[in-house]
Design a protein around this ligand. Structure first.
Ligand SMILES: [Zn+2]
Length: 431
């Protein structure tokens, strides 16, 4: 028994040794494989400072999305001590780099839209909503079709979220109408709008209208049913009309404080009811030219950072070299280096040329808000209002649309823009 036991024992020892050897090899292979997976787990990793809580983070990117966000004790390289935030989202741009969405300046082409898109990447805008102001129906049709094609094009990489039709159903009154041409202003027409909606392949995300015009309330409720965001703008509505428009589904005021005459009634004007109604979000052009710092401060105090969409209302001349240009009807315009387009003839405003990335620091300076609030107003809120639930925040599963930047004396110095996980702008290469 003892012998057998010994024999069995030796056999058992050999088996154990054999087993241990293979077990060791097996575990080693698992560890090697795990370590390979670890390095291949992400397509790219970036480190920086989280824009909300100022802590060091490492973001793992896989298949164009944020796959992982790790909090770090410290950054691997202190040179990476720059902010990481979601890419900026602009809900109102009329064009850029000489191209206009209604053919003022160069006629819009697919190549032009790609130029606009990559131009915006260079200033940290990773998503934008092309805006077509009041114009000929045929131009709207043609360019909405073209934009629908551009939206699907691989080279624009999902940066075009949908389109904003600003007008043609706006106020015909001078001052409220702004630069919208009276000859094209008309009453809401659902059939006409649906023709445009179909041309856009269902991509009209927002329309701006005047609620006091005949048929506007019915039009607003139809838009709501269709999922089109209704904005109030270029209007002279009463408090009651504004209230009813919001009841019907209007959710945002377009560039509040603009498209208003210089002299208005002290009680009965469009500003008070739009500021007073907590249901209404507001678009705010924070370039330092279109509204005063005091207005920005008051709007911020009234609405709070949850209800403000920072917007550029970018002119087609934005992104060009500062200097003088002729518009489509032969007027001379001056693009100023400070980021604004003027009519030199009467020193009046003709449009904005400041990208959102410039406005972020300015709003912080004027209102005293922190970076987290400023980015909320320049990215997160727009994503929420337009149902873009794959962007606007640093969160696992979101598109890896990111900006890396430093903030120096309230100026955002953009280092890199990342779209779908790829670097599309790098200041160290392009400057
Ligand atoms: Zn406008």
């Amino acid at each position: 028994m003892k012998k057998e036991k010994t024999f069995d024992g030796k056999k058992s020892d050999r088996m154990n040794q054999h087993f241990c050897k293979w077990y060791f090899v097996f575990i080693t292979l698992i560890l090697i494989s795990a370590s390979c997976n670890k390095t291949k787990e992400f397509d790219a990793e970036i480190e920086g400072i989280h824009y909300i809580n100022n802590t060091p983070i490492r973001i793992g990117i896989k298949d164009g999305k944020i796959a992982d966000i790790q909090k770090l004790k410290k950054l691997t390289n202190e040179d990476d001590a720059i902010f990481i935030a979601p890419g900026l989202i602009d809900n109102q741009v009329n064009g850029y780099k000489g191209y206009s969405f209604i053919d003022i300046g160069n006629e819009l082409t697919l190549e032009g839209i790609k130029t606009i898109t990559s131009g915006f990447w260079e200033v940290g805008i990773t998503t934008y909503i092309p805006t077509l102001v009041t114009s000929y129906h045929d131009i709207h049709l043609k360019n909405l079709k073209l934009l629908a094609t551009a939206k699907k094009d691989d080279e624009t990489r999902g940066s075009i979220a949908g389109f904003h039709l600003e007008g043609p159903y706006v106020s015909p009154e001078n001052g409220f109408r702004g630069a919208h041409l009276l000859m094209h202003v008309r009453k809401p027409n659902w059939d006409e709008f649906m023709e445009l909606y179909d041309a856009s392949e269902g991509n009209i995300l927002q329309t701006t209208l005047a609620p006091e015009i005949d048929g506007a309330f019915d039009f607003i409720s139809k838009c709501k049913e269709k999922g089109v965001v209704v904005a109030l703008g270029h209007h002279n509505a009463s408090s009651e009309q504004i209230n009813e428009a919001i009841n019907q589904g209007a959710v945002i005021a377009t560039h509040l404080g603009n498209a208003i005459p210089n002299y208005i009634h002290r009680w009965n004007n469009t500003l008070w009811p739009q500021l007073a109604d907590d249901r209404l979000n507001i678009g705010m052009i924070c370039d330092g030219f279109h509204i005063t710092p005091e207005q920005i401060k008051v709007f911020y105090k009234t609405k709070g950072s949850d209800k403000i969409i920072m917007t550029s209302d970018m002119s087609p001349y934005g992104g060009l070299t500062p200097g003088f240009y002729f518009n489509a009807i032969g007027d001379t315009l001056e693009l100023k280096a400070e980021g604004v387009v003027m009519y030199p003839a009467n020193e009046s405003l003709s449009g904005s040329a400041s990208p959102l990335s410039k406005m972020v620091g300015y709003v912080m300076k004027v209102t005293g808000c922190d970076l987290a609030d400023a980015i909320k107003m320049a990215s997160t809120n727009a994503a929420r209002i337009y149902g873009l639930d794959d962007r606007g925040e640093l969160k696992q599963g979101m598109r890896a649309d990111l900006i890396l930047f430093s903030l120096d004396d309230f100026t955002m110095n953009l280092k890199k823009t990342i779209v779908e996980g790829d670097v599309v702008f790098d200041s160290s290469i392009q400057n």
